[in-house]
Design a protein around this ligand. Structure first.
Ligand code: ZN
Length: 163
């Protein structure tokens, strides 16, 4: 079966940045299974995998627009240090849940620590970055109606929430 919408695809992958540093890898976690066509993975990787089948190897360089989007500098802002929880030692890169002005919950990371203020960044950590994937396609099968209904894979490499 070729990779197409509503296929369950099992892959081993390595994700590197443009300098060759490994950002993420399935190695050590076991193979990863996703449901094709349901936004389980970034659009650029889905495009690169469409039409492939088990045994294929795919290298894809995915631009930010087809991954986590460009960085938005408007999501970088300062808050008074007194507004941060005082029971944590602030560190660069630390992540917090915050509420945006429109009421939506967002994850922000600490980008800077000043004497009486803290700079927070609401961008996804991989926003603005090109993602270089090396993927081995291990298995492709048709999804079950339940998996399509849930929008994710059940069983090995996927969700286990009702087993
Ligand atoms: Zn489910």
């Amino acid at each position: 079966m070729d990779i197409q919408n509503d296929a369950v695809v099992t892959i081993a992958y390595t994700l590197k940045d443009d300098d060759g540093n490994v950002i993420d890898s399935s190695e050590g976690h076991g193979d990863f299974a996703y449901l094709h066509g349901h936004e389980n993975i970034v659009p650029g990787l889905e495009e690169a995998l469409a039409g492939k089948s088990a045994g294929d190897s795919v290298s894809a360089s995915v631009v930010p627009e087809k991954a986590y989007g460009p960085r938005n500098e408007e999501l970088v802002f300062s808050v008074a240090r007194s507004r941060m929880p005082d029971d944590v030692d602030l560190e660069i890169g630390m992540e917090f849940r915050a509420q945006a002005q429109d009421g939506q919950e967002m994850i922000v990371s600490v980008a800077g620590i000043e004497d009486d203020s803290v700079t927070l960044d609401g961008n996804h950590p991989l926003a603005g970055r090109t993602l270089n994937f090396d993927v081995d396609v291990k298995d492709v099968r048709a999804a079950t109606p339940e998996e399509i209904d849930h929008g994710h894979v059940h069983g090995p490499g996927g969700h286990h929430h009702h087993e």
